[in-house]
Design a binder for this molecule. Structure first.
Ligand code: NAD
Length: 466
């Protein structure tokens, strides 16, 4: 049994789910494979009907689901409503887009007849992290089901409850298993799983990719980030920009893949920047009970996450915002800005996934670009400037899957924009048409003109390329 405590009040048990053993995972995947046979033969209109009804059911339950999500993750209530609302919008967008993206196409001309089909894979395994369990699962579930796959989803044991309810609301060929790495490994390494879609950290990603690789199972991997936010020397430190920047780091306690995790500012402006940042944090950053009005940051997810975060509070460490939390009741950490740590400091070179952020001065634009692009990760990045063309020219040189101008993340990701990391932040894409394409295989039927019934024999059959 997996019991989930409220990270804001760790004596409160929010709920529990039965853990799925590796043997039970085997039975679930066999059942999902049988689901797939039926579901893939179901007309797409019926498949999309299931998703339309799911969107309605989730929207109707949005209030209760948001409170449950806040209680199991420690995310503030407004963000939980935003996440589930976005999942509903995404479902509806998939319903509208799937008939276009998955449509069969055919050409019939003097070279013959060519039919292009988009076929489902079979059983898709979706393995997701705790920090946005609903949307990160829905990005996999919705296109996979629309395409005719069956899905087995495994959420993190740190946030299993809301997704468990949502899976029951969706129904259809969607099953859920619960547990940690052993359950995830049994799923990702199952012979009947034909596609693995994983979101999480590097260690889990490596393990899942190795299991999938042994079986030549294709994967989508969405991994961690260490996003730089670079202020060019003409970027104003106005209140609105600084407020955006602070929340781009501290939403969900800094535990967001695409949070602004390293801040770079011209050295001669560093002191002014720090003043403006501290003032912005006073305006917008309130640490406390995620269900309370006005609170913008809750606790971190676990005792281990709190210990790791505390260890990052070194050097010239400035406390941020208003702290209205009781660390004896929940896993609360004082959010902090660390001014000018060394470039090799762990807070700079690795993903912190915690409410502690470094700011570093720079003197040369090429050097700051090199620093921003240093390391294995390439998820997001941002550049800030009063000149949009200058910012866009700089953004073109980022090694990142998604670069923002004058903001970072928290934009309500456009459904038109595909999302995914480069370098070791992952491969594959989610959202947008690219995200739908991950769940189909393009198969071709070809009747070459020279071999069609009744056609004159080609003069030189060997001339046809293979
Ligand atoms: P995690 O890697 O610990 O867990 C993710 C999922 O993988 C969970 O369901 C977990 O139980 C499972 N898992 C872990 N090890 C496994 C193994 N060896 N075999 C099979 N399954 C395994 O990640 P987390 O702590 O839940 O989330 C934090 C990480 O996720 C951060 O690095 C963050 O940047 C990243 N993340 C990335 C994105 C993105 O879209 N790129 C989004 C959110 C979070």
């Amino acid at each position: 049994m997996i019991q989930r405590e409220n990270p804001a009040r760790f004596t409160e048990i929010v709920g529990s789910v039965a853990e799925t053993s590796p043997i039970e995972v085997d039975a679930v995947v066999w059942a999902a494979d049988a689901d797939f046979r039926r579901w893939s033969a179901t007309p797409i209109e019926e498949r999309l009907g299931l998703l339309t009804r799911a969107a309605e059911a989730i929207e109707d339950a949005l209030g209760d689901l948001s409170v449950l999500l806040a209680r199991e993750t420690g995310k503030v209530l407004g963000d939980c409503r935003g996440e589930i609302g976005f999942a509903v919008r995404f479902l509806r967008w998939v319903v509208a887009q799937a008939p276009i993206s998955y449509a069969e196409s055919e050409v019939d001309d003097d070279r013959g007849r060519l039919i292009r089909q988009h076929k489902p894979y079979g059983v898709v395994a979706a393995i997701t992290p705790w920090n946005a369990p609903v949307i990160l699962s829905m990005l996999k579930i919705a296109p996979a089901l629309a395409a005719g796959n069956a899905v087995v989803v495994k959420p993190s044991p740190l946030a299993p409850l809301t997704l468990d309810r949502i899976v029951a609301l969706i129904g259809g060929p969607l099953r859920i298993v619960h547990g940690g790495p052993a359950t995830g490994a049994a799923l990702a390494g199952h012979d009947l799983v034909r596609k693995v879609a994983f979101t999480g950290g590097a260690a889990g990603g490596r393990a899942v990719a190795a299991l999938a690789g042994e079986r030549l199972t294709p994967t989508v991997l969405e991994l961690g980030g260490n996003d730089p936010a670079v202020f060019l020397d003409d970027a104003p430190f106005d209140d609105a920009a600084m407020d955006r920047l602070v929340m781009a780091t501290f939403a969900t306690g800094g535990q967001v893949c695409m949070a602004a995790k390293r801040l770079y500012v011209p050295s001669r402006q560093l002191a002014d920047f720090v003043d403006a940042y501290l003032a912005a944090a006073k305006r917008v950053l309130v640490t406390g009970d995620p269900l309370a009005d006005g609170v913008t940051m809750g606790p971190v997810i676990s005792a281990a996450a709190r210990k790791a975060a505390e260890q990052l509070r070194t050097g010239d460490c400035r406390d941020l915002g208003r702290f209205e939390a009781d660390p004896d009741l929940g896993y609360f950490v004082r959010p902090a800005l660390v001014v000018a740590p060394g470039p090799g400091d762990p807070l700079v070179v690795a993903e912190q996934f915690a409410p502690v952020v470094p700011v570093l001065g720079y003197d040369d634009e090429d050097a700051v670009l090199a620093a921003a692009n240093a390391g294995d990760l390439g998820l997001g990045a941002s550049v800030w400037s009063s000149d949009e063309e200058r910012a866009v020219a700089f953004a073109r040189r980022f090694e990142a899957g998604f670069a923002f101008v004058n903001t970072h993340n928290r934009t309500g990701m456009s459904l038109r924009a595909p999302f995914g990391g480069v370098k070791r932040s992952g491969w594959g894409r989610e959202y947008a048409e690219e995200g739908l394409a991950e769940y189909v295989q393009t198969c071709v039927i070809h009747a070459p003109a020279g071999f069609r019934p009744g056609a004159p024999a080609p003069e030189n059959p060997a001339a046809y390329p293979v």
